[in-house]
Structures are given as C-alpha cells and as structure tokens.
Ligand binder design. Structure first.
Ligand code: GTP
Ligand code: MG
Length: 191
C-alpha cells in the first residue's frame, strides 16, 4: 500500500463520537511513551501525531484518515504512574467500552518496549483484545536501542510471552520494520 494522503480528523473522548463516515480502523495501543505516535508518523511519513517525551499527555483517541480509505487511531497510553489514579481508571473504562463497541476495528497494533521486560499491563491488554476477538499484532518497538547481540534473545523472549499473536520487531525512530508493518496492515484491511 502506498500512502497517498493522511490527515488528522478528530480527537474523540467517547465511543459514540467516532467520526463519520465509518471506515475500517487500525488502532495503536501500548503503554505511555512506548512510541505509538512516533510509529504513526513513521507510517504516514509525516509529523501528524503529536509525540512527546512527557508520557501520559494524550487522554483521548486521535483519528487520522489515510488515503480516504481507513482510520489510524492513536489511543491513549496506559500504565503511566504519574497520571492520577482516577483519570487512569476512567480512561480504562472509556477505552474498554470503545473496544467492546467498536465494530470497525480491523487490527490492534500493540506496541511493547523491547528494551524492558514484558510488562503485566501489556499481557493484560493483549488478553483483553483477544477476548474481544480483535486481531492483534505485537510490535516490539525501539529495537534501535538494543545491541544486535541482545536483540535476537529479547525478540525470542517476547515471541514466547506473546505466543498466540503475530510479532514484528521495529523502530519508529529508524523506521526498521515499518514497511513490514504496512504490509501487515494492508492484509488486515482486506480480511
Ligand atoms: P503517549 O502518547 O504518552 O502514550 O506516548 P507514545 O506511545 O505516543 O510515545 P511517543 O511516540 O510520544 O514517543 C515517546 C518517546 O519515545 C519520544 O521521546 C520518542 O522520540 C521516543 N521514541 C519513540 N519511538 C522510538 C523508537 O523506535 N526508538 C527510540 N530510540 N525512541 C523512540
Ligand atoms: Mg502519543
């Protein structure tokens, strides 16, 4: 798939506010700071999504329309301790509701940080998505941060932990794996 056009559509705070027309959606999930926004920018090859070194800023779903054909959805990151507990809980509920109700979500790209051990919150998120019967691709992100010698071992650990899902090693920063991700997205949209 070639990216012909990509533009910001809306910030959505509730499932009912999803933009019209309804189009297939691909959601990007993961802990705060894992690189969701950076990855979206790498895919569309422009600075659309706001990335930041301050985690936990985005507390809504940002919709981007690509090729007038589908939406990329940048979801709020979870698991950031400095966001107030109340906000975290209310967001958790909102996000769960959105995922449960959303019939247009064709693929959940779940980004995990290869530089740190597998996190319980990521396992929980993958299980929740699986339970909701949403196809999941695990993207082991920030692979540029590991030495070649460490990377293979770490990829194997992640593949084992997320053995029920497809897995891709990538970096939004260097764009390694991004064309493979784009291929995967293309097939998911056709499915
Ligand atoms: P929230 O919106 O808070 O949930 O974070 P996010 O998941 O959107 O992360 P974001 O894309 O804003 O990136 C967070 C930080 O990680 C930024 O400082 C990025 O420059 C950095 N970063 C993102 N992707 C990569 C990557 O692949 N490699 C490296 N080395 N740094 C990255
Ligand atoms: Mg972000």
């Amino acid at each position: 798939m070639n990216i012909v056009s990509a533009r910001f559509i809306a910030s959505v705070y509730k499932a009912e506010q999803a933009p019209k027309p309804a189009l297939p959606e691909i959601g990007f999930f993961g802990r705060s700071n894992v690189g969701k926004s950076t990855m979206i920018n790498a895919i569309v090859n422009q600075k659309l999504a706001r990335s930041s070194s301050t985690p936990g800023k985005t507390q809504c779903l940002n919709y981007y329309c690509v090729n007038d054909k589908f939406y990329l959805v940048d979801a709020p990151g979870y698991g950031y301790a400095k966001t107030s507990k109340r906000l975290q809980d209310s967001w958790q509920k909102n996000l769960e509701f959105w995922l449960t109700e959303n019939k247009n979500l064709k693929l959940a790209v779940l980004l995990v940080d290869l530089k740190i051990p597998v996190q319980d919150s990521d396992i929980q998120m993958s299980e929740f998505l699986n339970y909701e019967k949403i196809p999941v691709l695990i993207v082991g992100n920030k692979n540029d941060k590991l030495k070649r010698s460490e990377l293979t071992g770490q990829i194997n650990v992640f593949k084992e932990q997320f053995s029920s899902f497809d897995f891709l090693s990538a970096s939004g920063e260097t764009k390694d794996g991004v064309s493979k991700l784009l291929q995967y997205m293309t097939s998911a949209l056709k499915a």
